[in-house]
Design a protein around this ligand. Sequence first.
Ligand code: COI
Length: 361
Amino acid sequence: MTTPTIELKPSAHPLSDAEREAVLANPGFGRHFTDHMVTIKWTEGRGWHDGQLVPYGPLSLDPANMTLHYAQEIFEGLKAYRQPDGSVATFRPEMNARRFQRSAHRLAMPELPVETFIEACDALVRQDKAWVPAHGGEESLYLRPFMIATEVGLGVKPANEYLFLVIASPAGAYFAGGVKPVSIWLSEDRVRAVPGGMGDAKTGGNYAASLLAQAEAAAKGCDQVCYLDAVEHKWVEELGGMNLYFVYGNRIVTPSLTGSILEGVTRDSLLTVARDLGYEAEEGRVSVDQWQADSENGSLTEVFACGTAAVITPVGTVKRTGAEWKQADGGPGKVTLRLREALLDLQRGTREDTHGWMHRL
Ligand code: COI
């Protein structure tokens, strides 16, 4: 595989310091974008080429661009954190790079070399470093690498040319309430992914497929939808864009990777962070009936959602057809908060990086 260099063509008109600071004072999630983006092309027979860092701006696409019709698209999400000494580091970018390769394989797209993925993220963060929020808070710079097909035509086939991009967006809390517990609607009829399907690939189609169920959850007064497996409609899989953890006192359990669950970087990291803190941490199968019964008998002490965007978010209330219950007292649990602080401290550079996870720029 070829590994292109990235040519720098910085913006002549970046946002002023005052304009940028106004955005950083209240970034929200995914609403504002930095001054630049990275683009790298892939063409059949030539491989990866024309790596560029250019001013952030619209793309011009032919209406018959294949992505617009057949959704050959994949993406990633990772964050850059301001460190105590003012430098910047990203969290486990090689995990995202490898997952991006697996997603590309699943959607018959070319695999971007891991080092090119990381270099593209680094180049953007270096150029737009002023956009990385101050050290110590909840804020970070969210990076969104993605790839689209760029061939023009309506035949259904893998495209013969693609565009890889990285854009960046300063991010506060994903949920408006911050660490306020979220409510979950257990969807027992709609499924997110099927065995042999694309559930373990990070592709826009999975998120489009979640929107109707998400709207139904909202209509039931819930913040998020939780999906069960597509075969038995029994086993807990994941939320629309986050993995789940169940806390049984000193033991935490997350649904095993069945092929229809996204292999979250936060999910994976928490297995290790929890063990470092002295908890038992395991992957296993949790049924929806067990979830309800263990909540009612008190053995299930906390439930939380996790993901790059959402970090760790407590689950407060759960609803399913014919039942509704609170997790513990409905507030954030102490294990949830301890894991959240430990992970954030590691990412913010105030906890020792014993696993070599931080990628310093
Ligand atoms: C992430 O946590 O990075 C996600 O991709 C979830 C969502 C914002 C799509």
